[in-house]
Design a protein around this ligand. Structure first.
Ligand code: XIL
Length: 342
């Protein structure tokens, strides 16, 4: 009966769907023919209502930031795993798949690495870091974002960063994939990036990079598309992007989805139109992802469940980009997502 009401909601007038404050839905993971994920921070798990929502709704967990170098690598070069271990333990206890995010990211270059110079010590520390982090969750992490956001903002080539400067532009990425594979023979190893829906040029560069990595012998096993999009994303863009990304035949992780109202710059004027746009974008994502060949549907991950926890709140506190409201009630966006699943 609840599923029927979700389907009816998808079919009904968009305006009234967007106005509905809360939607009665079965758990998202029970509706999808693929893993459904969210990100969490360890401290959020102290909130019993949030922890229950996560355990009920999703089948995969990603650490929002506590598995990044910024958290793990200390100034003296030592590594801390308290928060990631907690998230991994929560995943185990609740039978959720665990996903590693992220090993190499241009945005983070800890001092402990920067002061090593560019000799063999740097390459060894890089290898040891990846071995330590991936090895710790070997057998539990189903996959890893090995390299995050490597393509330049405008899609023109690859970013320069500490890792490319010290180890080489393609080489630092190839090495990262190889070291991750040495530490875990089974995890699916991803290249992950954003703005692949709205910037076809960036997507083309991303796909060329994936091909270059494969040619160089990197054990690249999947492509991640973050999908931080806005409520005015043009209809069809997300579908075209997923189809294009799937053309290499690798598994696809829709890895960090949220649909911002505040970042919409287009024709949607008021909140009601923005919420209807948000529901439409979530629906298109569900439909396009479900249409991928089954073996390419690695997971569909929301970058948070409740609006109140969204990282986008820091940019604009009024934004409500996620499928559940602050109280953990499914929004029209969640209803539209559910109704659009094939
Ligand atoms: C963001 C987190 O949501 C924030 O909490 C953190 O402070 C910064 O990173 N692309 C990514 C994610 O790959 O790791 C980012 O997450 C969002 C953009």
């Amino acid at each position: 009966m609840v599923l029927a009401s979700a389907l009816a909601l998808g079919a009904c007038d968009r305006k009234s769907a967007a106005q509905a404050a809360a939607v009665d839905l079965p758990p998202l993971k029970s509706l999808a023919g693929f893993p459904v994920g969210t990100c969490v921070q360890a401290a959020q798990l102290d909130d019993a209502a949030f922890a229950a929502l996560v355990a009920a709704q999703v089948s995969q967990l990603t650490a929002e930031w506590e598995m990044k170098m910024e958290y793990i690598v200390q100034d003296d070069g030592s590594l801390r795993f308290d928060a990631p271990d907690r998230i991994a333990a929560f995943a185990r206890t609740h039978g959720l798949r665990f996903f590693g995010h992220t090993l190499v990211w241009y945005a983070q270059s800890p001092a402990a690495f920067a002061r090593l110079g560019s000799g063999p010590g740097f390459a060894a520390a890089y290898r040891d870091y990846i071995h330590a982090v991936v090895g710790r969750y070997r057998g539990q992490a189903a996959g890893w974002d090995v390299v995050n956001e490597a393509v330049a903002e405008d899609g023109e080539g690859w970013r320069e960063c500490l890792w490319s400067q010290r180890l080489g532009r393609l080489e630092h990425m190839t090495l990262a994939f190889q070291h991750a594979r040495e530490a875990d023979p089974d995890a699916v190893l991803f290249l992950n990036d954003y703005n692949l829906e709205n910037l076809p040029k960036k997507r083309a560069t991303f796909l060329k990079l994936a091909e270059a990595l494969l040619k160089a012998g990197a054990p690249l096993g999947g492509l991640g598309t973050q999908t931080h999009v806005a409520a005015d994303l043009k209809a069809g863009e997300l579908t075209a992007a997923l189809k294009d990304l799937a053309s290499l035949g690798l598994p696809i992780h829709l890895s960090e989805m949220d649909v911002s109202l505040s970042r919409a710059k287009g024709l949607l004027r008021d909140r009601r139109e923005l919420e209807a746009g948000q529901a439409r974008v979530y629906a298109e994502a569900a439909e396009a992802f479900s249409s991928l060949p089954a073996r390419q549907r690695f997971a569909f991950t929301f970058w948070g469940l409740r609006d109140g926890e969204s990282w986008l709140k820091r940019e604009d506190a009024r934004d409500t980009p996620l499928p559940f409201d602050d109280a953990g009630q499914a929004k029209a966006a969640a209803g539209a997502w559910a109704a659009a699943l094939r």
